[in-house]
Design a protein around this ligand. Structure first.
Ligand code: MTE
Ligand code: MO
Length: 428
């Protein structure tokens, strides 16, 4: 079991905080059946003068580029040290349990590099298209800036997200079990517009996307997808891509496994068949118990996870009104519905979706209930607008065996004890 979870638990328990009366009105009106949100009518934190009331603060020039509050220093990407030997071919994880809403802030987006971060001088950046096109073409950034742009919100999930959980509950925190995902507003050019500009030959059936980093990440993508919703993106959440996320340009392949979203994209070759490179043969394919592997698994199926409470984020307020929240997504469309269970999947209740979300993007759900202080087995189950329902881990294993690494979208269970401490478990 991973240590970090337990350290967090201790920290949070000592910083237990109560709500003040004034902040109560709205909340208690919403859920009238409970009087359990604590009140403290004699709290010096509000009746006494604090330093921030009585001293001048920093001026506007303190931070020309903004950072979060110094009290939020623990809200960072983290890694699992034993997972990879070398940080240049490694992964870190989004702190899902510290986030709310639907957008992942740029600085907290998980990163997966196969050959370290390429640092590209935008003046020397070139993007080439060759192969089965009327005109082999090389674009620089100013050329790309002259195409019409679109803004689209999409999740990116690594195919290996939850991969360590195939054989049983292992990592103690949703950051580690589900944190290979981010949800970002991309600005960029529809790939179809660029392909139309260079002209596709009638024999064009596939594209090969190639990265400019030392791993030269290369993936084959069918032309139908390239002409559907792929984007050549240069902004994330309004600002330039972070170097780690592919600055200056990355490929966005909505709903499909993260590995195909080639970062630092330098070239697209148009061809008539898939290339079967390393990352689409020995990696990112699903091995079955009979020794055969599925050739391609592109779409990320519907999945969800409760982010709070979770092992890194225990319930610290005791019994009474409790907010359960989490995220859900599907590579095939929108999330239609998320159900939550507090008894390990025996009974289900529909959660409430809130916040901007679109097809192939992350959705946020909430479920408010009155906790009686007894142990819980928390689960969430997503359903997308194709009618697909997120399976249990055992249902997945019955088809895929236990040799898999990738594409684990099984239902996650957190056991919460009477003290509010959560642990990664499985129910059967
Ligand atoms: N050029 C390049 N593109 C790449 C990778 C890489 O190592 N090099 N990693 C891939 C993998 S496996 C994933 S999951 C996503 C991760 O994107 P992120 O780092 O923005 O989270 O990028 C993909 N694109
Ligand atoms: Mo990945």
């Amino acid at each position: 079991m991973f240590k970090y979870g337990n350290e967090m638990v201790k920290k949070l328990k000592t910083s237990r905080r109560k709500f003040v009366v004034g902040s109560l009105a709205a909340g208690s009106a919403l859920i009238s059946s409970t009087k359990s949100i604590a009140s403290n009518i004699d709290d010096k934190a509000i009746t006494e003068m604090q330093p921030w009331n009585s001293e001048l603060g920093d001026g506007v020039d303190a931070n020309p580029y903004g950072f979060p509050s110094e009290y939020e220093k623990h809200v960072i990407r983290r890694n699992v040290p034993w997972l990879t030997a070398d940080p240049t071919s490694s992964v870190n994880f989004t702190p899902l349990h510290e986030l709310d809403g639907t957008i992942t802030p740029n600085g907290l987006c998980f990163e997966r590099h196969h050959g370290g971060v390429a640092i590209i001088d935008p003046k020397k950046y070139r993007f080439m298209i060759n192969g089965l096109v009327d005109q082999n073409t090389i674009f620089d950034l100013s050329d790309l800036a002259r195409f019409p742009r679109v803004n689209k919100l999409y999740f990116l999930e690594c195919a290996a997200n939850s991969g360590m959980e195939w054989r049983g509950a292992q990592l103690n925190g949703c950051q580690f079990t589900h944190g290979m995902i981010h949800n970002v507003l991309y600005t960029g050019i529809p790939l179809k517009d660029i392909l139309k500009e260079v002209g596709l030959k009638s024999s064009a059936k596939w594209i090969l996307a190639e990265g400019a980093d030392s791993s030269a990440m290369t993936r084959s993508i069918p032309i139908e997808k390239a002409m559907d919703d792929c984007i050549i993106a240069f902004k994330m959440n309004g600002e330039s891509l972070r170097p780690e996320q592919g600055y200056p340009v990355r490929l966005v392949v909505p709903g499909w496994e993260g590995n195909m979203w080639v970062k630092w994209i330098r070239r697209i070759e148009v061809g008539d068949k898939p290339w079967h490179h390393r990352e689409e043969t020995s990696k990112y394919t699903d091995l079955f118990s009979n020794g055969k592997a599925r050739r391609f698994t592109w779409e990320m199926d519907a999945k969800s996870v409760i982010t709070n409470p979770s092992p890194q984020a225990p319930i610290t307020h005791g019994r009474g009104q409790t907010v359960i929240t989490g995220v859900a997504w599907s590579g095939r469309g929108k999330i239609q519905k998320v159900d939550v269970s507090i008894d390990g999947g025996v009974n289900w209740a529909e959660a409430r979706l809130s916040g901007p979300a679109d097809t192939k993007s992350m959705h946020r759900f909430y479920f408010e209930f009155n906790w009686d202080g007894k142990p819980l087995l928390l689960q969430s189950r997503a359903m997308d607008d194709t009618g697909y329902v997120q399976p249990t881990k055992d249902q997945l294993r019955s088809i895929r065996g236990e040799n898999s690494i990738y594409h684990n979208n099984g239902i996650q269970t957190w056991a919460v004890d009477k003290d509010g401490i959560a642990e990664n478990v499985e129910v059967s």
